[in-house]
Design a protein around this ligand. Structure first.
Ligand SMILES: C[S@@+](CC[C@H](N)C(=O)[O-])C[C@H]1O[C@@H](n2cnc3c(N)ncnc32)[C@H](O)[C@@H]1O
Length: 271
C-alpha cells in the first residue's frame, strides 16, 4: 500500500536523487558457530559503529547548540542541562504512549508522515548523518509535531542506553545500507546481536518492519529474524498494522524505476 496522497496534504517534495543501485552482489550464508561468536565479540567491542563509538568523541556529553530545546537527543548528552532535551525525552518515554522507532530514516519522509498521522503515538527516528538529522529536525518544527524525537546516534548504541526493555511497539528499518564490500560488512545493521537488541526493546506483540530493494538482504533478514526464538516468521498480514503511509525516498526512487522492493513483517513473541 502506498501513500494515499488524496487524504493528507503531501509534506514531501520528491525530487531527483542520485541513488545508484550499486553492485547487486550481496552475499550471505549461514554463519558457523565461530563466525557467530566473532560477530558478538565485534559487537561488544563496538566495531562497525558508524562514526565510531560516541563516547570517544570529544564533547559527547554536550548537545550541539542547534539541537538545544528541540526534540533532539544523543545518548551521552541527556544530562546537558543547558536545554530541556533530556528532561522532556525522559518524560515522554515514561508516558504510556505507544512508541515507534525508525532506524536510518534518511530524509525522514516515512517517519514524519507517520508522526503526523498518529499524534497519539510517540516516535523516535535515528539517522547517523547529522546533516540529514538536522534537516529532519527542521521539518519537525515546520510541521509543528510534538511527538517525534530525532537522534544522530548510531541506533546500536543509543537503543541500549536510552530505551527501556519492552518499551517499543514497532521498529521500522527501511532500505538499510547493504554495505556491499567484504570489509564493510561489519557495518550492516542486521546481524545476530542486532536482532537480539531488537528483541529486547520490543514488547510482546510488537511489530518489526523491514524493507529493501536488495532481495538477498531481505532473505538474510528472514533467516536471522525468522529463526530467532523471540520472533515469528515473516507474516505478510502484519503489513495491515501499518495502514496508509508515505514511502521513503529510496522506495520512491525504486517505484519510479519499476524496480522491485521486498518487505518483511515479524511479530515479537511472548517471552
Ligand atoms: C540507504 S539509506 C535509506 C534511507 C531511508 N530509509 C530511505 O529508505 O530512503 C540508509 C540510511 O540509514 C542510515 N544508517 C545506517 N546505519 C545506521 C545506524 N546504525 N543508525 C542510524 N542510522 C543508520 C544511513 O545514514 C542512511 O541514511
Amino acid at each position: 500500500m502506498h501513500e494515499d496522497q488524496g487524504k493528507h496534504t503531501p509534506i514531501l517534495d520528491y525530487h531527483a536523487v542520485s541513488f545508484s543501485q550499486g553492485r547487486m552482489d550481496f552475499a550471505w550464508e549461514e554463519l558457523s558457530d565461530e563466525e557467530c561468536q566473532q560477530l558478538y565479540a565485534d559487537w561488544t567491542a563496538g566495531k562497525g559503529l558508524i562514526g565510531g563509538h560516541p563516547l570517544h568523541r570529544p564533547g559527547h556529553e554536550r548537545l550541539p547548540d542547534w539541537g538545544l530545546n528541540r526534540p533532539f537527543f544523543r545518548a551521552f548528552a541527556l544530562g546537558d542541562d543547558r536545554g530541556w532535551n533530556g528532561e522532556r525525552l525522559r518524560a515522554a518515554l515514561a508516558s504510556d504512549r505507544p512508541l515507534e522507532i525508525e532506524i536510518g530514516f534518511g530524509r525522514g519522509d516515512f517517519i514524519l508522515d507517520r508522526a503526523r498521522r498518529h499524534p497519539d503515538r510517540l516516535f523516535i527516528g535515528y539517522e547517523v548523518r547529522t546533516k540529514a538529522a538536522r534537516l529532519a529536525l527542521d521539518r519537525v518544527d515546520r510541521l509543528n509535531l510534538s511527538n517525534l524525537w530525532i537522534s544522530d546516534d548510531d541506533a546500536r548504541v543509543n537503543l541500549p542506553a536510552v530505551i527501556d526493555d519492552g518499551r517499543v511497539d514497532a521498529i521500522h528499518v527501511l532500505f538499510p545500507d547493504p554495505w556491499w564490500k567484504e570489509q564493510h560488512k561489519i557495518k550492516r545493521l542486521f546481524s545476530p546481536p542486532f536482532v537480539d537488541l531488537l528483541a529486547v526493546k520490543l514488547r510482546a506483540g510488537a511489530l518489526l518492519h523491514f524493507k529493501s530493494d536488495v532481495e538477498q538482504y531481505n532473505e538474510l533478514v528472514r533467516h536471522l529474524v525468522g529463526n530467532h526464538p523471540a520472533f515469528t516468521q515473516h507474516q505478510p498480514i502484519l503489513a495491515d498494522r501499518i495502514g496508509s503511509y508515505a514511502v521513503t525516498h529510496r522506495e520512491n526512487w525504486c517505484l519510479r524505476r519499476n524496480l522491485p522492493v521486498w518487505a518483511s513483517y515479524f511479530e515479537r513473541k511472548e517471552n
